[in-house]
Design a binder for this molecule. Structure first.
Ligand code: DGY
Length: 319
């Protein structure tokens, strides 16, 4: 039987590409550039499957024009806000993602951002690098202590729980909002809030871990920032769409926020140039899952989903 043809539009890990090529006829974008909507549509006539990242946007408009040859979109990401799921389903195209395997790596980056924003890492690093570090004083670069502080987590899925586990190591008092309350074995003593507004009121630190959906777009808006305790620190490793960036900047200007740690932006790649002026904002370029072992695990999980699909089984991560 002819092997399925798979398009890999981004440069996935070597181990992933090796395994993909061993099992499928692959068309690989070795240059790793971004694909336009027209590219996605054109390639769909040449392949049976695609392994995209969150950078390839399968909008409703694209979905409507995909060739009927394309049978499965096996995402190399847990987030699927770049895929219009109802539109793809209507076209009979299977869609999978890669949950679980990136939770720890993403939670690590959330910890890094929280610590960096709270302890003034951007400012301190810049000062030492500039060669202008001339004085030391006990009142110099005093930050906000993480250990023992209250943290609010919005979205207690896999990443939220991995982050909570790490926060427990810092003795943090964990509060969370989730669409449904977790079982006690998963909650592990964290305090459940049945509304976002309620959890914000106790979030001296706040970390966002929910998916971007029409309901969560702009979740952190001016009204919600106002609910935070003064001098809070917000971390976003989920999706830029969750935060109204103009409201975030206002909250930084007013001192409502003492700092922010951001791995995600409304505009990616690129970020928000207005945020560059703020030394109390620690920013990274969407690298939550960027470790060698996690990239391999994501690639293998996407391939497991393809293998199941082409073996006539239901992929483990079918959405
Ligand atoms: C994800 O998996 O959703 C990460 O944001 C990387 O794409």
């Amino acid at each position: 039987m002819k092997r399925p043809t798979v398009w890999i539009p981004r440069r996935l890990s070597d181990a992933t590409l090796e395994r993909a090529q061993a099992d499928y006829d692959c068309i690989i974008n070795w240059e790793d550039g971004l694909s336009s909507a027209d590219d996605l549509i054109a390639m769909s006539a040449k392949v049976d499957a695609v392994i995209p990242c969150h950078s390839e946007h399968f909008s409703a408009e694209v979905a409507a024009q995909l060739d009927s040859r394309l049978k499965i979109i096996a995402n190399h990401s847990v987030g699927v806000d770049h895929c219009d799921l109802p539109a793809l389903k209507a076209r009979g195209i299977a869609v999978t993602n890669t949950p679980d395997v990136l939770s720890d790596a993403t939670a690590e980056i959330a910890m890094l951002l929280m610590l960096g924003a709270a302890r003034r890492a951007v400012e301190g690093d810049a000062l030492v690098r500039s060669g202008n570090w001339k004085v030391w004083s006990p009142s110099f670069m005093v930050g906000k202590q993480v250990t023992g502080a209250r943290i609010g987590i919005i979205g207690m899925g896999r990443v939220g729980r991995a982050f909570a586990e790490k926060a427990r190591g810092f003795g943090m008092d964990i509060h969370y909002y989730n669409r449904s309350r977790l079982d006690p074995d998963l909650e592990q003593g964290a305090t459940y809030h049945d509304s976002i507004d309620s959890v914000l009121a106790v979030s001296d630190f706040l970390s966002l871990h929910c998916p971007a959906t029409p309901e969560t777009t702009g979740l952190m808006n001016a009204d919600r920032f106002a609910l935070l305790p003064d001098g809070a620190v917000m971390v976003n490793t989920a999706r830029g769409a969750l935060v109204d960036e103009a409201a975030l900047i206002d909250a930084l200007d007013s001192g409502k926020l003492a700092g922010a740690g951001l791995d995600c932006f409304v505009t990616e790649p690129g970020g928000n140039p207005r945020l560059s002026a703020y030394q109390n904002v620690f920013m990274l370029p969407h690298i939550g899952s960027a470790t060698v072992s996690t990239r391999d695990a994501m690639g293998f999980r996407a391939l497991n989903n393809l293998d199941a699909f082409f073996a006539g089984q239901t992929p483990g991560d079918l959405l």
